[in-house]
Design a protein around this ligand. Structure first.
Ligand code: 6V0
Length: 332
């Protein structure tokens, strides 16, 4: 006897209701922070977790499933087999090798490329229409690797890039001015990490362009303050890692925010890693860099034309060159 007695006139489920599926590859600190933010924000009907460690993976899956009574209903699956990712709308890759003491950066990247050779082809095969969102570091190079290995059009392969750096930037500016970070429009572009480029001239708070306002009012502002804020953005990740061993909450929210823009077709502009060739004078090869890009259900819809100073544009081109030099040394 059925537990539930169906009502006679119950209509069949509407065929137009979209079933949304997200897969997260890598159930480490970052993958799990992303997974839990996605669950609490009700972004998917189905969440598939893949990792190379079956016990850890099953433990994480059960732990999340046990919260079902407090969360929106989401089917949670986990397996070492990529078959469970079939039909994903969005695949988020956070799997990554950890640096061995004394290992060169290039060697670590090459090990991550080998890892991606096992991850990206099955993802692309099981979800040929999906959008790939790469989080593993070095994110710009690995987004390029994922693009190559997937064979997907570039609008469907993105890296989380400087979305997190920009959120740190907005927090620090908001803290400095004592305003709400959501009212601060400010972008960090370029390479995620040490050589990122802060777009000072385009910062605005509540629609007021900050630098030109200060200049017009002849309010002296310390150039040093600006430099220190950017330094704090770059140092932020290192500081968190040195204190707690890894970063997780902010990257979790940052990636869930990208997932929302994509799956709910929000058409919001995010600084994310996209194929940058042809934008802002970036030439010389296929390179992924963070630029303010519009995101929707189709992936990257376009790149906005923010005014860059000559110095900012040059820094961006230098970043592109550095990344290309690394890429050229890889066996993909
Ligand atoms: P972690 O906690 O070591 O997790 C990595 C996970 O990947 C582990 O659970 C591994 O078992 C798993 N894994 C390894 N190989 C495979 C494989 N072949 N298939 C499936 N799973 C595998 O690392 P953490 O979660 O802290 O970081 C993950 C990655 O995110 C690293 O590359 C970080 O550098 C990167 N981050 C990127 C950020 C960004 O802004 N782009 C921010 C934070 C971290």
């Amino acid at each position: 006897q059925a537990f539930f007695k169906p009502i006679h006139s119950a209509a069949p489920p509407s065929p137009t209701k979209r079933h949304t599926k997200i897969s997260v590859i890598g159930a480490g600190n970052v993958g799990m922070a992303i997974a839990q933010t996605i669950l609490t924000q009700d972004l998917a009907d189905e969440l598939a977790l893949v990792d190379a460690k079956p016990d850890k993976l099953r433990g994480e899956m059960l732990d999340l499933q046990h919260a079902a009574a407090f969360l929106p209903r989401t089917k949670i699956l986990a397996s070492v087999d990529y078959e469970i990712t079939v039909g994903s709308d969005l695949c988020i890759v956070t799997a990554g090798a950890r640096q061995i003491p004394g290992e060169s950066r290039l060697n670590l990247i090459q090990r991550n490329v080998s890892l991606f050779q096992n991850i990206i082809p099955p993802l692309a095969r099981y979800s040929p229409e999906s959008i790939l969102l790469i989080v593993s570091n070095p994110v710009d190079v690995l987004t390029y690797v994922a693009w190559k290995l997937s064979g997907f059009p570039s609008n469907r392969v993105i890296g989380s890039g400087t979305n997190l750096d920009s959120s740190r930037f907005r927090f620090l500016i908001a803290d400095h001015l004592d305003v709400n970070a959501q009212d601060v429009q400010a972008y960090i572009v370029g390479e995620h990490g040490d050589s990122s480029v802060a777009l000072w001239s385009s910062i605005s708070v509540g629609g007021v362009p900050v630098l030109s306002f200060l200049e017009k009012q002849q309010i002296p502002y310390e150039k040093e303050t600006l430099v220190n804020i950017h330094k704090a953005v770059i140092g932020g990740a290192y500081e968190v890692i040195s204190l707690k061993g890894y970063t997780s909450w902010a990257i979790g929210y940052s990636v869930a925010n990208l997932a929302r823009s994509i799956l709910r077709d929000q058409r919001k502009i995010h600084p994310i890693s996209v194929l940058a060739k042809g934008f802002y004078g970036v030439e010389g090869g296929d390179v992924f860099l963070s630029l303010p890009a519009q995101l929707g259900r189709g992936g990257v819809l376009g790149v906005t034309n923010v005014h860059l100073t000559d110095e900012e544009a040059q820094q961006l081109r230098d970043s592109a060159k550095t990344i290309l030099e690394v890429q050229n040394q890889l066996n993909i």
